[in-house]
Design a binder for this molecule. Sequence first.
Ligand code: ZN
Length: 315
Amino acid sequence: MIAEHKTDVSTNRTIGSLKGQQEGPLVVLLTGMHGNEYIGVQAVEEVLGILKDSDGLVRGKALAIRANLKALKHKVRYIDEDMNRIWFPSIIEKIRTTPEESLSSSERVEVKRLLRVLDQIENQYGSYPTIMVDIHTFSAEGSMFTLPDQEPGQIDLLSEIYAPMVLGIGRSLHGTALKYYQKRGLFSFGLEGGQHENSVTKKNIIASVMLLLRAVGCIDSEGYRPEMMEDFQKHLKSQTHHLPVQTEVVYQHLIEEGDDFKMRPGYKNFQPVKEGQWLASDRSGRIVAQCDGYVLMPLYQQQGREGFFIIKEQE
Ligand SMILES: [Zn+2]
């Protein structure tokens, strides 16, 4: 196994990369698209550390990247605008053709720099798959989950992680990097690891990424640190066994500028809600659930435009 630390000193965009002796898939671990979600960066650093120390990556390549460096430095979701809501082909094209000094926000500069790394990955498409994992955390308490697209291959692969899958987020969330790359045919999914600061979140992400690397063959499925891998599996199962396996987004509450949105306290991911239940308030009064289901990603932080989602179990 070859460990590359081609860390770009001026930007530190690359966390690190590992290459196995044998050919295999490329797994891209994208972290820190939101700067307050730095636990994802730390988790991925630990994954690379574990694999490096134990010579664990035998096939393919794992590449870990930080997305929004300036926001990570300040531990805020974003500096000028949400970096994960501007991935529309027209905006991306404009970012590509505009010199950095003329770009209108810190995040557009970050996207331009990130594209230099991600473009190389896109050009590497070979006989082995490229898999991109977009790693996030969230402000509410409650279980981790994954955001696959509808592709059956993804759903099979993600069932190896034992986290609930939430489908159809792309229908309500626009301008995400995930949606942009899925549309371009890159096998990519979101990993929402847990609450930003909860101590279990880092382990959730480490365990998920390790099980994923094993599922795609980068780590040997037998023989590689069986006790540790079993522990990861048990950990994730214990977090998620009581939750629906496959759900889909049925409702999204969008916040407008100046709404003064406030989620009522105590809501967690996958908490069941009934139609008409009082979930939040804003300047126009009470906001109630539009339908029965489970609440997802209720917003308990200042920055962010989605107040909450309601999801339903897929039949
Ligand atoms: Zn995020």
